[in-house]
Design a protein around this ligand. Structure first.
Ligand code: GLU
Length: 433
C-alpha cells in the first residue's frame, strides 16, 4: 500500500511550533515510506481564513525543509462536499436543526442541572414537515447535524494503542452552519477519502473528532484511514505552553536566525510512529538554541557562505570554519565579520595592560603570518614580560577582538592580519578615548 499523509492547517494564522511538529511527523512518515505528503489548507471558514496566511504557510514549510508534494485548498473543492452532504441527507443521516445558540445553551444547562451529560437531544429529528416549514417561514435557517450511529467506535492508534469512544457520549456534530458553510468535519473526511489518505497523523486534541470522522467515513461508504495522535507540546516543566511560546511562529525562527531542518532523509530512516512517546512532548527553548548552535558548528562552508552573503557578510571558507564554533545563530557571525574585516571598539584596559599591549606591538612578528605566528609572538612576550596564562593572552585577545571569548587566537591572528592587528594594538595601548 502506498502511503499518503496530509498536513491540514487552517490559514487563520502563521505556522507555530505546535503545528510544525505535526507537519514534521507527517513529512517524516511519508519520507520513510516513500509516500506522498499533502498540504491541505482547511480554508472553508471564509471569515477567518486569509490568503496571506496560506502563502506564509507554504513558504514557511518550504523554508523548514518540509515542502509538500501537492497543495490543495478546501475552498476550491466545495462541490465535492456538497455532493457528500446531499448523499447523507438522502440517507437521513444529515438532518436540519433550527435551535438558536441560546436555545442550545439553555438545553445544556438544564441537562447539567439534572445531572445528565450535555448531549444534543435530537429534538429536531422529531420536527414534522409542517413545523419545519413554519420555522423557515418565520425566517429561521437550519444548521445540519450528522446522525451518529449507535455504539462505540474503536481503532488501533499508531501512537496511543487501542482507543474506544462511546458515541452516545457525543452530540450529533454540526456539519453545515446556518449560512450554508461547512465546518471542518465533513470536508476533512471527504478529502481524506478523495485524496486516498492512508494515515492521519495529528495532535491528540483530535482524538474525539476521530471517532466522529470514522463514523462519517463509514456513512459515506469509505474505509477509514489509520490514525496516529501525537501528544501536544508542553512547556519544559510539563505545564501548558505559555502564550508566547505557543504562538512562536516559524517566521520568528527564521528572523531570529535559527536553522531549518537539514537532513530529513536521515531522520526519516530512524523514524517510527510507534516509538513516539504518549507523554507530552516538552519544548525547551534553551535546548532548541543549543541544538541550533550544534547544527551551525557543523554547517559546511558551501551552505553557509551564500546565506551569509544574503545577510550582507562576505566571508571565505577558512574564515567561516574558524568562527562557526562561536555562534549560536547565523546572524551572530556579524560580530566576527567585524573582527575580521571591520572595526572594533578598543577595549578599556588597565594602565598595566596598556603598557603590556604596547610591548606586544613592538614584538609583533613580521609577515607573512601563519598558524605558528601566535605562538612565536606570545613566547617572545612571555620571555620579555614574565607574564603567563590569562595575563599573557587575555589583554591581546581583548585588544584584537574586543571580546573575552572566541575562536583560537592562533587561527584568528593570521586572518585579522598584520595591518588590523597593529592598528588595534595601537588603539588599545593608547587606551579608549
Ligand atoms: N484544520 C485542522 C487543524 O488544524 C486539521 C486537523 C486534521 O484533520 O489534521 O486542527
Amino acid at each position: 500500500m502506498s502511503v499518503t499523509v496530509r498536513f491540514a492547517p487552517s490559514p487563520t494564522g502563521h505556522l507555530h511550533i505546535g503545528n510544525v511538529r505535526t507537519a514534521v511527523l507527517n513529512r517524516l512518515f511519508a519520507l520513510k515510506h516513500g509516500g506522498r505528503f499533502i498540504l491541505r489548507l482547511d480554508d472553508t471558514d471564509k471569515e477567518r481564513s486569509r490568503e496571506e496566511y496560506a502563502q506564509a504557510i507554504i513558504e514557511d514549510l518550504e523554508w523548514l525543509g518540509l515542502k509538500p508534494d501537492a497543495i490543495f485548498r478546501q475552498s476550491e473543492r466545495l462541490t465535492l462536499y456538497e455532493q457528500a452532504a446531499e448523499r447523507l441527507k438522502a440517507a437521513g443521516l444529515l438532518y436540519p436543526c433550527y435551535e438558536t445558540e441560546q436555545e442550545l445553551a439553555l438545553k445544556r444547562k438544564a441537562q447539567l442541572m439534572a445531572g445528565r451529560p450535555p448531549v444534543y437531544d435530537r429534538a429536531a429529528l422529531k420536527l414534522t414537515e409542517d413545523a419545519k416549514r413554519a420555522l423557515e417561514e418565520a425566517g429561521r435557517r437550519p444548521h445540519w447535524r450528522f446522525r451518529l450511529p449507535e455504539g462505540s467506535v474503536t481503532w488501533e492508534d499508531a501512537v496511543r494503542g487501542p482507543v474506544e469512544i462511546d458515541l452516545s457520549t457525543l452530540s450529533d456534530p454540526v456539519l453545515i452552519r446556518e449560512d450554508g458553510s461547512f465546518l471542518y468535519t465533513l470536508p476533512s473526511v471527504v478529502d481524506d477519502m478523495d485524496m486516498g489518505v492512508t494515515h492521519v497523523i495529528r495532535g491528540d486534541d483530535h482524538v474525539v473528532n476521530t471517532a466522529v470522522q470514522i463514523a462519517l467515513t463509514r456513512a459515506l461508504e469509505g474505509k477509514p484511514p489509520a490514525f496516529a495522535h501525537h501528544a501536544l507540546l508542553r512547556a519544559k516543566d510539563g505545564g501548558p505552553l505559555s502564550k508566547r511560546l505557543g504562538s512562536l511562529g516559524v517566521r520568528d525562527f527564521g528572523e531570529k536566525g535559527l536553522e531549518a531542518f537539514t537532513d530529513m532523509q536521515t531522520l526519516a530512516e530512524r523514524f517510527d510512529l510507534s516509538k513516539l512517546s504518549r507523554a507530552p512532548a516538552r519544548f525547551d527553548e534553551e535546548e532548541m538554541l543549543a541544538l541550533n548552535a550544534d547544527v551551525l558548528h557543523q554547517l559546511p562552508c558551501e551552505k553557509a557562505l551564500p546565506r551569509l552573503e544574503r545577510l550582507g557578510m562576505a566571508l571565505d571558507c577558512e574564515e567561516w570554519e574558524v568562527v562557526r564554533a562561536n555562534i549560536g545563530l547565523l546572524k551572530d557571525t556579524a560580530d566576527w565579520e567585524r573582527v575580521l574585516h571591520g572595526n572594533i571598539e578598543p577595549p578599556s584596559l588597565s594602565e598595566e595592560d596598556r603598557t603590556y599591549v604596547r610591548q606586544a606591538l613592538e614584538l609583533l612578528p613580521s609577515a607573512p603570518w601563519d598558524a605558528n605566528t601566535w605562538k612565536t609572538w606570545t613566547e617572545a612576550l612571555k620571555a620579555a614580560t614574565g607574564r603567563r596564562g590569562k595575563a599573557l593572552f587575555m589583554p591581546l585577545r581583548l585588544a584584537l577582538t574586543g571580546k573575552a571569548h572566541g575562536p583560537e587566537m592562533s587561527k584568528l591572528l593570521p586572518l585579522i592580519g598584520p595591518e588590523r592587528t597593529r592598528a588595534r594594538l595601537l588603539a588599545a595601548g593608547a587606551g579608549a578615548t
